[in-house]
Write a new protein. Structure first.
Length: 405
């Protein structure tokens, strides 16, 4: 690469011997460009670093102020605890109730929500029960007015509620989670929730001010979705994220009353063209035909055709075949009665549609044994390119013995 002139274009900014830079240089460059630096760096063992960085957050205002929304003027012991924690954390507090907000209406007086000021709602902490349980038409109208004022005055809302997604003991708190998601989607209001596993005890250990501070610092960019759901469980603050699952263990699960039935997982798509609708479909393993083998798939080659299928560019059934995945490698686990060239335990590579599966039923003529020195990952990359080369040379180019170029 060094013989190409583009290799030396970075000499003017300190990249004299190579065009790429280390993570320390990236940290300095990102900070200079308005980012918060490198928050996480994952080295892949070769030359690439996967770097996670976010835009630098603006400095918080000198005075922290929040609107504390409660059910009545007295507030209650739990609300008093929340208020004390906020004041201890340096917050100035404006008290509001739903009644005062409704009374203010469109008058924009001192009883309305202060413009641009976030709201901490404690309505679910009322001893009478969760706000949305047995909701009356009048109370729902009050809630609508709250959302309207929050939207018009650009106020975020952090709603304190009981546990419903983690360690749920009272499902009456659950409706607010769905309501918050609808409000965020349909109105654009930053309506977040903080689930507390002990709302009656009132000892939140400083969790509420900490989460409120995080909510204050949310990014307000069009293409960035701020954090909107927190849950406090035994003093730990949790957020929703994807988690790892035991796929091999899930594959081995048997259906009730079907002891010995093999379960197969196959990559399917709910709606063509939408990549986020990909899912693993569970099905029973089909019986082998005379000249077929069953392969326990260990690696699958991902090709450009798979991308086109998932995006809906390729939609014809005859082009898709049995599904995504057109090459794989694995171990033979069963053979049909007429199979002669393969036996159980063989390490093979296979070229067949529908290879994105945990167990592939395929003709023995579409399998080839792998040498012991070849890894499954290497084997899964060979069939498509070799079949393409063979087709080009023998079928399209009519290459035959004795031809010269």
């Amino acid at each position: 690469m060094g013989v190409l002139p583009g290799w030396w274009l970075g000499a003017a900014d300190g990249r004299g011997t190579e065009p790429y830079v280390d993570s320390q240089r990236w940290d300095a460059e990102l900070r200079a460009a308005g980012f918060a630096g490198t928050e996480a760096v994952a080295y892949d063992g070769y030359l690439n670093n996967n770097i996670v960085a976010t835009p630098a957050r603006p400095q918080p205002p000198p005075a922290k102020r929040v609107t504390l929304l409660h059910s009545d003027s007295a507030g209650g012991a739990v609300v008093d605890t929340v208020r004390a924690q906020l004041e201890h954390a340096g917050y100035q507090i404006d008290l509001r109730t739903l009644d005062t907000i409704i009374a203010a209406g469109n008058n924009h007086n001192e009883l309305s929500l202060p413009p641009g000021q976030d709201v901490l709602a404690t309505l679910d902490l009322d001893p009478a029960g969760p706000f949305f349980h047995e909701l009356t038409e009048a109370r729902f109208a009050h809630f609508q007015e709250l959302v309207r004022q929050a939207r018009d005055r650009r106020c975020g809302v952090l709603w304190l509620t009981g546990a419903s997604q983690v360690g749920c003991t009272d499902p009456r708190f659950a409706p607010v989670i769905g309501m918050a998601r609808v409000v965020r989607t349909e109105t654009g209001v930053d309506f977040a929730t903080l689930e507390l596993d002990d709302i009656r005890g009132g000892d939140f250990g400083g969790v509420v001010p900490a989460v409120l501070a995080e909510f204050h610092h949310r990014l307000a960019e069009e293409d960035v979705t701020p954090e909107a759901e927190w849950a406090c469980v035994r003093g730990r603050v949790l957020i929703g994220r994807y988690h790892f699952i035991d796929v091999p263990g899930g594959i081995r699960e048997k259906k009730d009353g079907e002891e010995g039935t093999e379960t197969v997982l196959k990559l399917e798509q709910h709606r063509s063209g939408l990549v986020d609708t990909l899912f693993w479909e569970r099905a029973e393993a089909e019986a082998l035909r005379e000249h077929e083998v069953r392969v326990d798939v260990r690696a699958v080659g991902l090709n450009f055709k798979d991308v086109l299928v998932s995006l809906g560019v390729i939609a014809e059934p005859y082009s898709i075949g049995r599904g995504m995945g057109y090459e794989c490698s694995g171990v033979v686990t069963a053979v049909g009665s007429g199979v002669r060239d393969h036996c159980v335990g063989d390490r093979v590579l296979a070229c067949s549609s529908g290879s994105f599966t945990s167990s592939l039923r395929v003709s023995e003529t579409l399998c080839a044994k792998m040498p012991d020195s070849m890894t499954f990952e290497e084997g899964a990359t060979l069939p498509a390119v070799y079949c393409t080369a063979i087709y080009c040379l023998l079928d399209a180019g009519r290459l035959s013995k004795g031809m010269v170029s």
